[in-house]
Design a protein around this ligand. Structure first.
Ligand SMILES: Cc1ncc(C[n+]2csc(CCOP(=O)(O)OP(=O)(O)O)c2C)c(N)n1
Length: 574
């Protein structure tokens, strides 16, 4: 390796400011435009007190998903890749971070203007490798899915530009894209001056007071008000403020699927995770019976279309600096200010008796008879109700399992991570890598569909390489099941054929896990499942893949309800 420069470089600046922002680990895929930065990260004698650990990933998709999940727990994350081929592959995870409010720093190295780069290319009319021909193309692609997308082309501007981008990420809880001309990794740079500044969000105090007074007035006259805990509560570190509001008022609360586990679900007043018609009965009926819902820091996706269109004028939505009260809007009201002002405005109102209480945890039974020893979604997730521990983090993938596993009680804040709004299949498996690095004491347990797992299977190799210990349940039905149910549920309920495009190949997943350096076990009967559950739980030091073979014609009832928009029925007694 070419020796590192003896002076302080742009590479060092970036490392130190990222460290100061709270970063400790970087998920990477090399390429010549970015690799020099990795030399600076990997040199353990450099940047004493600010060192980062680099984890090499098998693909940019994996690095991006892992970084996103790491950022949800750690408060900031970083994926570093090379120009063009790497940066464009990283777009999907970064778009997910944008939508779901994760401050991921996407870093790319790019061709610069040294003699060997752009002028050379212009003179000889050649295209530099990984370039589209438009040297703004990568940054432009990131512009719409980041708080800031910048190209640093001058070492003297690097400190201000890096500080600006990191500040934007941390204040807006959104990703940023930082591209550096490759010769700058070794360029001399000023050292950081003072602490990194995180710009405060704009606040209009009059609007804050007016919004809080408006909402408090409605809460006071409502018979059945309901809080809805959202992701901003977690992203902005407002968990105890939100818990305080719930405790002070005695108003029950639900969470969205995206924000599930925003507080430990043992918290008084918690009803359940609301997912529209696929919710459990008590959660669904509580939302139905509420005469006013205060959505506290959440984005509302089309999973909630029915709820929003029916209750638009009776709901309050505080999100992204705006509070909507029915048809009235209050701008420049960040969530922290809103919660605090609402709490003040409700002082002296007294604590209510709960008008709704949490029902029992329910996983719907099989939708039709299956052989008694077969593993079905329903039987598997009913078993999970007692198998999972509070020290596990549940990570369902966008799949049939997501809308079922959200009914498992999670007795620890941040004990459930899902990419429920962006919904990129494969996310969960690579996310488990990031979670296992960000929170090594909370063992990630993934519920992946086989289709989603096939997108990022190699992540198991990275987990084994870095001695992580996630457990990945791959739910094998050889179908894009949720897709099939949503496009034609009669394939399940009336035996109509599956759409050919939803049928996927069967893999030997347990064998694949072994080939990738992990441990694998295949289960087809309930007895085999039981044995595997004991084995994998006891082995805390390995990554385990449990291949769960399901009947191909099985689908959870929760998904059928999603497909047909049928509300849940009361659980059977006894
Ligand atoms: C990256 C990406 N590609 C395509 C989709 C569309 N999609 C949504 S769910 C799904 C199928 C998931 O199937 P699988 O992982 O096998 O889970 P199952 O529902 O069968 O349990 C697909 C293809 C997506 N969400 N993300």
């Amino acid at each position: 390796m070419k020796p590192l420069e003896p002076f302080f470089t742009v590479s060092d600046y970036l490392i130190q400011r990222l460290h100061e922002a709270g970063l400790r680990d970087v998920f990477t895929v090399p390429g010549d435009y970015v690799a020099r930065w990795f030399d600076y990260i990997d040199d353990k004698d450099r940047n004493d007190g600010y060192q980062l650990t680099r984890l090499g990933c098998r693909s940019e998709l994996e690095a991006g998903y892992a970084a996103d999940a790491y950022g949800r727990i750690n408060g900031i994350s970083c994926a570093a890749v090379t120009y063009g081929v790497g940066a464009f592959s990283l777009l999907n995870p970064v778009a997910g971070s944008y939508v779901e409010r994760v401050p991921t720093v996407a870093i790319s190295g790019s061709p610069g203007t040294s003699d060997t780069d752009r002028p050379f290319a212009r003179t000889y009319k050649i295209l530099l490798h990984h370039a589209t021909g438009n040297y703004e193309a990568d940054r432009n692609a990131y512009e719409d899915i980041t708080a800031e997308a910048i190209i640093i082309s001058d070492a003297r501007q690097a400190p201000a530009m890096i500080d600006g981008a990191l500040g934007a990420a941390l204040s807006q809880k959104r990703p940023v894209y930082i591209e550096l001309w490759r010769q700058l990794w070794d360029a001399e740079c000023a050292r950081p001056v003072g602490a990194l500044t995180i710009p405060a969000l704009p606040v209009d105090q009059d609007a804050v007071k007016a919004a809080a007074a408006h909402v408090a007035g409605l809460i006071k006259t409502a018979a059945n008000p309901l809080f809805w805990g959202g992701i901003e509560v977690q992203r902005y570190g407002l968990q105890s403020a939100f818990a305080g509001l719930v405790d002070q008022t005695g108003i029950p609360y639900v969470t969205s699927l995206l924000a599930k586990s925003v507080l430990a679900e043992t918290h008084p007043g918690f009803i359940g995770t609301y997912t529209g018609p696929s919710s459990d009965y008590s959660t669904y009926t509580t939302v139905e019976n509420a005469d006013m819902v205060v959505v506290t820091g959440d984005l509302l996706t089309d999973d909630y279309e029915g709820f929003v269109s029916k209750d638009f004028s009776q709901m309050v939505v505080a999100y992204d600096g705006t509070v909507r009260v029915g048809e009235a809007y209050y701008f420049q009201v960040p969530l922290a200010a809103f919660i605090s002002a609402l709490s003040d405005a409700l002082q002296g109102t007294g604590k209510r008796e709960p008008w709704a209480v949490k029902g029992p945890a329910v996983i719907d039974p099989d939708f039709k008879p299956f052989p008694p020893d077969a593993i079905t979604y329903a039987r598997f997730f009913q078993r999970m109700l007692t198998w999972v521990d509070a020290d596990m983090t549940l990570v369902p993938d966008e799949s049939s399992s997501m809308y079922v596993s959200c009914n498992i009680p999670v007795n620890r804040a941040n004990g459930f991570v899902s990419e429920a709004a962006w919904g990129s299949i494969g996310y969960a498996s690579a996310a488990a890598l990031g979670l296992s690095v960000a929170a090594p004491d909370a063992r990630p347990v993934v519920f992946a569909g086989d289709g989603g797992f096939q997108m990022v299977a190699q992540t198991v190799s990275t987990m084994a390489l870095y001695r992580r210990n996630p457990i990945i349940f791959v739910m094998v039905n050889t179908i894009y099941g949720i897709e099939q149910a949503l496009t034609n549920d009669k394939a399940y309920t009336e035996g109509q054929p599956f759409n050919a495009f939803n049928v996927i190949p069967y893999w030997d997943y347990a064998g694949l896990a072994v080939a990738l350096g992990a441990k694998g076990v295949r289960v087809t009967t309930l007895t085999e499942l039981e044995n595997a559950l004991t084995t994998v739980k006891a082995d805390l030091d390995s990554v385990w893949l449990v291949q769960v073979n399901l009947p191909a014609d099985d689908i959870p009832q929760e998904i059928l309800r999603l497909a047909t928009n049928e509300p849940p029925s009361p659980p059977a007694v006894g």
